[in-house]
Ligand binder design. Structure first.
Ligand code: ACO
Length: 435
């Protein structure tokens, strides 16, 4: 049988090293005995943890949560059931699911002080900024959340976070519209309640359209986890210092807010509006190819095939349009996809539509404002963040995250008093270096 090792020769010294291979990986710390470190900006080929939560095969376009194909979950599960699966590792039995639903629903209210906290934001504050700040503030309401090694505490904070995220998100939206806040209606489903808190006006009971409620629920399933993406890595990094989970979720949401991650869906809709008509698609493709601007909603670090989530979303879009009427942006998006998928630039780089390419079009058709798109992503991803965090803090091999660097700056040099400096430095207004 072939040996599960890697033999490395250091050509500087002629020394040979034999390094064990485990699960298709060599430990970067093995390089320490050779006086080397591994250099991997953006962690392109570095596994930072062992995980049992989600699995992606980027070449084949496969995504599974705890072994279950995303297509089957989108077709047959609900968001709350999928959240249970992600957090607990197994699909619930009927009684466990009932209990889980009850436990999440008893945590949908937020402290009244938190409502006043949200009121402190300007009327035009971006709801993602409100969400990030407000989730961080939650840690001051639950100081016991610092007991991160306590299982019962982890469970309570997980229920609280999954329960409260839609409430904070909807309050952020109502604040921006100057509308009164709508308190949770626990008779509705998780997604139905969110729609009620968003859109209820003077009616006594808000009844969500079942097709839109289902579409949003599927979108939440599709966004619930995605292995070691930028925000989950942030969640783990913050969690590794044993900070409380509210602070870690605030950090993860901040990572999600960037246009290369969870705000891409917002950018896609802006881009499609800017394109305005199918006739202008060719010129946008040209700009993307020249490097002038990226085609938002295209490309993925892991998927080098069609993102399986984008396929499901594209189908859901037409179900939503049956209720809302067609969002004309879909025709521009389809044309963009058609041309890009035939173009050598996109084909050779294996750039396909990602989850964000079509989701914004559905959200917009449903009357959700563009600024809420990353917030919706954050609601769903909270399940994944909490599962990733719990896996981290219970992993005995994990320590505080503290990467190495390659220092390429000055050697030691003596301090020169201000009045003796002749050159070096730059005027505050001059452009030099990264700041
Ligand atoms: N449009 C045009 N060209 C692109 C795009 C794009 N959307 N994405 C990548 N490329 C090109 C790059 O210019 C590069 O070309 P080069 O080799 O000639 O220099 C090549 O494809 C590889 O790109 P990288 O930036 O190295 O790929 P990386 O894996 O680092 O980036 C990312 C992945 C950030 C998703 C990138 O594809 C991108 O910026 N896409 C647009 C933003 C987006 O849709 N983000 C959402 C991702 S999904 C999510 O977070 C939920």
């Amino acid at each position: 049988m072939a040996k599960e090792t890697l033999t490395v020769t250091d050509n500087r010294t002629g020394k040979k090293y034999e390094v064990p291979i485990e699960n298709g990986a060599v430990r970067a710390t093995e390089l320490g005995q050779m006086g080397l470190v591994s250099y991997d900006p953006a962690l392109l080929n570095t596994a930072v943890c062992e995980s049992k939560i989600s699995y992606i095969d980027g070449d084949a376009g496969i995504l599974r949560y705890r072994g279950y194909p995303i297509e089957e979950l989108a077709e047959q599960s609900t968001f709350l059931e999928t959240a249970y699966l992600i957090v607990k590792g197994e699909l619930p039995t009927t009684s466990h699911f009932r209990m889980w639903q009850h436990n999440i629903k008893t945590h949908t209210l937020i402290h009244e002080n938190l409502k006043h906290f949200i009121e402190g934001f300007r009327y035009d504050a971006h709801p993602m900024g409100i969400l990030i700040g407000t989730v961080g503030a939650l840690s001051t309401f639950y100081p016991e959340a610092k007991q991160v090694m306590d299982l019962e505490s982890r469970r309570v904070q997980t229920r609280r976070l999954i329960g409260k995220m839609p409430t904070i998100a909807a309050f952020a939206y109502r604040h921006s519209r100057g509308l009164p806040y709508i308190y949770p209606d626990n008779e509705l489903s998780y997604t139905g309640n969110f729609l009620s808190m968003m859109f209820k006006m003077t009616e006594l009971k808000y009844r969500p359209d079942p097709i839109l409620e289902h579409a949003l629920d599927v979108l939440f399933i599709l966004h619930a986890d995605h292995e070691q993406n930028c925000s989950s890595t942030t969640m783990r990094t913050i969690g590794s210092s044993l900070a409380d989970p509210y602070s870690a979720v605030a950090g993860a949401a901040a990572a999600l807010s960037g246009p290369r991650h969870g705000s891409a869906n917002e950018e896609v809709v802006h881009m499609l509006h800017e394109i305005g008509s199918k006739d202008n698609v060719a010129s946008v493709i040209k700009q993307a190819k020249s490097g002038e601007k990226r085609l938002t909603g295209f490309g993925h670090r892991v998927y080098k095939n069609y993102d399986p989530r984008a396929k499901i979303i594209k189908r859901i879009a037409y179900e939503v349009f049956e209720v809302t009427g067609k969002n004309p942006l879909i025709d521009i998006a389809l044309e963009l996809e058609r041309i890009a998928l035939q173009d050598d630039y996109f084909v050779t780089r294996r750039l396909y539509p990602n989850v964000d390419f079509y989701s914004g079009i559905i959200y917009e058709a449903m009357g959700l404002p563009v600024t809420m798109f990353p917030v919706l992503f954050a609601i769903a991803r909270t399940a994944g963040w909490m599962a990733q965090w719990a896996e981290l803090v219970t992993d005995e091999e994990q320590k505080i995250t503290r990467p190495k660097q390659l220092y390429l700056g000055h050697d030691e040099r003596p301090y020169v008093p201000l009045d003796q400096r002749r050159d070096g430095g730059a005027l505050e207004t001059e452009v030099s270096g990264p700041l």
